[in-house]
Design a protein around this ligand. Structure first.
Ligand code: BGC
Length: 395
């Protein structure tokens, strides 16, 4: 009951947020790329057919810069096809940029840093006019970024900040700290931590230590819950509660599952009740959900996530995941297309944060889109009515 009320409230405010949008409305959902982008290192097949649903009723991507684009070349370097969202990010940007008259070189790097480095270097020697990079490891592309700077190629860090370099021109992402805050607040409100006696048992699963976002997500959630942990109302039974304790290299579902299995067998096999598993994103939440399915007999705990991946949305509908945070990849893609147009036309580039994202060398001017709370009550409106998925994809 409580949970429903909270969802309704969050849903109303978040839906309002969605309508305001971060870039003046979602761009058209991308068709799957006609020629699938190359992923060089041996890759496991993508776990999902992740192309967003086509929706003929949506307007085409803003083509304001079509004339100015004049065949300019955009190099887009994405981390991997194995995690669902990057397939969508890549496909959305490819279609938006092509619609605006750009030539696109889109590459996926199989979560292999060396592969990403050489792909980016090839884009530079192939004379792209601008680079858009979602890094596998934020601090490992220094050499390529120096090359880009020497060649006068502007670099936009996409979703994940590029670290330790002054060659980063702009950063476009979602408000990463807010993602964690939305997750932590959901737990706080659902358990009614200010009024309930507790204590409640909680575990944490965080993201990849090489991804600058991961700390923001974890801290955003932890900061909300910390007072209750300190007062003993929330009890981290495993004792693992620092980012390092809870990190998941490469955001791997399998690694998250193994760690969850270990925790369940070491601390919960005696019937100890698990109330919450705070997971930073959907790929790690899926690992925890798999572990619970095989190793835990009690009621499902509250489980948080992020991205509204297809498998996780199905789990939300089935009551196996409590919430997720929707970051509409169409919105981010269209913001980046706009940003690139402004950069290449020498116009003022629209940013809304010039303080938060210091990469150890410079503070990178950033555009932060707003993440949106999602659960089984509002997924239809967010994901289906908006054309992000078809109903069939969620069956
Ligand atoms: C993104 C998340 C995503 C994670 C794993 C992060 O950098 O911001 O949306 O869940 O990477 O792909």
């Amino acid at each position: 009951m409580k949970r429903k009320l909270l969802s309704a409230l969050l849903c109303a405010s978040m839906a309002a947020t969605l309508l305001v949008g971060c870039s003046g409305g979602a761009a058209a959902p991308a068709e799957p790329a006609a020629e699938p982008a190359k992923e060089e290192a041996p890759a496991e097949p993508a776990k999902e057919e992740a192309a967003p649903a086509a929706d003929a009723t949506q307007e085409a991507a803003p083509a304001a810069d079509t004339a100015a684009a004049g065949g300019k070349k955009v190099g887009i370097s994405m981390p991997t096809k194995d995690l669902q969202r990057w397939n969508q990010d890549g496909a959305n940007m490819q279609s938006d940029f092509e619609a605006a008259g750009y030539e696109v070189d889109l590459q996926y790097a199989s979560n292999d840093v060396q592969t990403q480095l050489s792909q980016v270097e090839n884009m530079i020697s192939g004379k792209c006019d601008v680079l858009i990079i979602a890094a596998i490891e934020g601090s490992s592309l220094g050499e390529a970024l120096d090359m880009a700077k020497d060649a006068g190629i502007p670099v936009v860090a996409y979703d994940r900040l590029l670290m330790d370099s002054d060659a980063v021109s702009y950063y476009a992402t979602f408000d990463n700290y807010m993602v964690g805050t939305v997750q932590g607040t959901y737990v706080k409100d659902t358990l009614d931590l200010d009024n309930a006696e507790g204590p409640f048992n909680i575990e944490f699963t965080a993201g990849d230590p090489g991804d600058n976002n991961a700390g923001f997500f974890f801290n955003g959630a932890y900061d909300v819950l910390k007072p209750y942990i300190e007062e003993g109302k929330l009890n981290v039974v495993s004792g693992q509660q620092t980012f390092t304790d809870c990190a998941t290299p490469a955001w791997s579902t399998e690694t998250a599952q193994q760690r969850a299995e270990n925790i369940l067998s070491s601390f919960y096999a005696d019937g100890t009740k698990l109330d919450v598993w705070l997971c930073s994103n959907d790929s790690t939440a899926l690992g925890v959900e798999n572990a619970l399915a095989a190793n835990y007999n009690g009621d499902y705990p509250i489980i948080t996530g992020q991205d509204c991946d297809i498998e996780n949305t199905k789990n939300m509908i089935a009551g196996k995941q409590s919430m997720s945070v929707f970051k509409d990849t169409r919105t981010l893609a269209s913001q980046v297309v706009k940003m690139v147009g402004q950069i290449l036309n020498g116009e003022t580039v629209e940013v809304n944060d010039t303080e938060t994202y210091n990469n150890n060398v410079i503070t990178v001017p950033s555009y932060l889109c707003e993440p949106v709370f999602a659960d089984a009550n509002n997924y239809k409106e967010l994901l289906i009515d908006s054309g992000y998925y078809t109903e069939d994809q969620l069956k």
